[in-house]
Design a protein around this ligand. Structure first.
Ligand code: NDP
Ligand SMILES: O=C(O)C1=N[C@H](C(=O)O)C[C@H](O)C1
Length: 270
């Protein structure tokens, strides 16, 4: 089979550039296109040169449709509104869509699920192997430790440029904890505490978000009991772990029937 042609949308962003570098080094994939928004100062620049790997003869363009028409898949770490739009185009083009964008609303997620009727979509708040394994461990721990005895709190820290909170990873870990407890996360989550909050509600899952500096992504899940505390944690040191996961997801999705898949499916951890 020929190398999978991948379009990187948001190609000038932090993840976009990391994705261009990852595709360049991973066997089985090639950069087939690079897209940024209309008016971006990066339009016309070579995606490889911008990413620091030298000229690859892929100019950054602002029209996704012709790029998608010539490709086998799209890697998308952009913003929720853009991702919903790209999901529609990827479905039209019948190509795989790997979505790393976080901060999607319920309506955004419904639009993405609708697109997955026609396209193979892999969506995850975190594409790394380590975090997806951590989610499995969190689910097991939450199941093993009774909600009356152990409180679950999720702490995340990211760089100063991050725009959404809690992080997609924190929510993914919260979903895993809730699954372990046999409850939905919605309605049991406490995303903010301020002022006179009252005592902690038994069985709730708390979140706290820190922002600062250049932190790539730190996540801790604390299971706090009386007299003891378990902490399960992951520290991302390099965005390459997310980019390699995304390319792996695209290669996995090639030829799979339409549907909405997760990184746990890709990694065989489901
Ligand atoms: N799932 C995972 O493993 C990971 C997910 N992420 C998520 O990925 C997303 C991006 O993160 P990051 O790379 O740090 O952010 P950046 O802001 O650095 O990159 C986003 C890029 O997308 C571009 N963009 C936005 N809208 C459009 C559009 N309509 N068409 C084309 N390009 C567009 C932005 O352009 P402009 O600047 O002009 O707006 C920017 O270049 C975030 O949601 C983040 O949380 C990040 C790391 C890992
Ligand atoms: O914005 C980021 O940088 C990251 N976003 C993802 C998230 O919201 O969890 C994944 C990773 O932690 C980096």
């Amino acid at each position: 089979m020929s190398d999978m042609g991948l379009v990187v949308v948001g190609a000038a962003g932090r993840m976009g550039q990391t994705l261009i570098r990852a595709i360049h080094t991973m066997p089985g994939a090639r950069v087939a296109g690079a897209v940024e928004r209309p008016g971006s100062p990066y339009l016309g620049k070579d995606a490889g040169e911008l990413a620091g790997i030298g000229i690859i003869n892929v100019p950054i363009v602002d029209d996704p449709l012709p790029a998608f028409a010539k490709a086998d898949g799209v890697l998308d770490f952009t913003a929720p509104a853009a991702t919903v739009e790209f999901a529609g185009y990827a479905a039209q083009a019948r190509i795989a869509h790997v979505i790393g964008t976080t901060g999607c609303s319920a309506d955004d997620n419904a639009a993405i699920a609708a697109a997955a009727r026609h396209a193979t979509i892999v969506k995850s708040g975190n594409m790394s192997l380590g975090v997806n394994l951590l989610a499995v461990l969190v689910e097991q721990a939450a199941k093993a430790l009774d909600a009356d005895d152990f409180d679950i709190e999720i702490l995340e820290m990211h760089h100063r440029h991050k725009v959404d909170a809690p992080s997609g990873t924190a929510l993914l870990l919260g979903e895993a904890a809730a699954a372990g407890r046999g409850i939905p996360l919605a309605g049991n989550d406490v995303r903010v505490r301020d002022g006179h909050t009252g005592v902690r509600k038994t069985g709730s899952i708390g979140f706290a978000s820190l922002r600062g500096g250049s932190v790539v992504g730190d996540h801790s899940v604390v299971l706090a009991g009386t007299g003891e505390r378990i902490t399960l944690a992951h520290h991302a040191e390099d965005r390459a772990i997310f980019a390699r996961g995304a390319v792996k997801a695209a290669l996995w999705a090639r030829g799979k029937k339409p549907g909405l898949y997760s990184m746990r499916d890709v990694l065989g951890l489901a």
